[in-house]
Design a binder for this molecule. Structure first.
Ligand code: HEC
Length: 151
């Protein structure tokens, strides 16, 4: 039931019943104000900056390339792909069995601490601890994901 519904009937209150009306309406007003406060304080996840993410991706280029397998698998087509399933790349058992589908959220967990998120992965990097850098990087991975010519 919405906030306003709590005040239904208040309009029919006469002055004699002002106190009753006040009692009836007060929770509705508090509810509305509360609702507004919650709305204002709810953090909206800011989209990452892909241009900055490209610079962060320099750390990945030692092993990865957007469009071909190297030490690590290609990143083209990553978003929505199940972990360990790009054809033609030999993954660790851990990555194949992880049962993770790559999304902004799972990438955020993985890139924070690859070895904790997927114990036994052969991606032996410490991870990116800065949340903003990860967000920017993921924005860039989404750009790579959508680039034309990706199978
Ligand atoms: C030292 C080499 C190395 C570096 C640096 C590296 N990776 Fe990897 N990455 C790998 C290897 C090897 C795998 C395959 C892991 C496995 O099979 O367990 C992998 C796997 C992945 C996967 C899973 C892909 C899939 O198809 O399931 C993602 C996502 C990934 N890397 C992202 C990154 C990002 C982003 C960076 C840069 C921050 C990065 N990696 C840096 C070696 C590396």
């Amino acid at each position: 039931m919405g906030c306003a519904a709590q005040c239904v009937g208040a309009g029919s209150c006469s002055r004699r019943f002002f106190l009753v009306m006040f009692r009836t309406c007060l929770p509705a007003v508090v509810c509305l104000l509360g609702g507004m406060t919650v709305q204002a304080n709810t953090p909206v996840p800011a989209a990452g900056d892909a241009a900055r993410g490209k610079a962060v991706y320099a750390q990945c280029l030692g092993c990865h390339s957007p469009d071909r397998h190297r030490t690590g698998p290609k990143h083209c087509g990553l978003i929505g792909r199940k972990s360990g399933t790009a054809s033609g790349y030999e993954y660790s058992k851990a990555m194949q069995q992880a049962n993770v589908v790559w999304s902004a959220q799972t990438l955020d967990h993985f890139l924070f601490a690859p070895l904790s998120f997927i114990p036994g992965t052969k991606m032996g990097v410490a991870g990116i601890k800065n949340a903003k850098s990860r967000r920017d990087l993921i924005a860039y991975l989404i750009v790579i994901n959508e680039q034309p010519g990706c199978d």
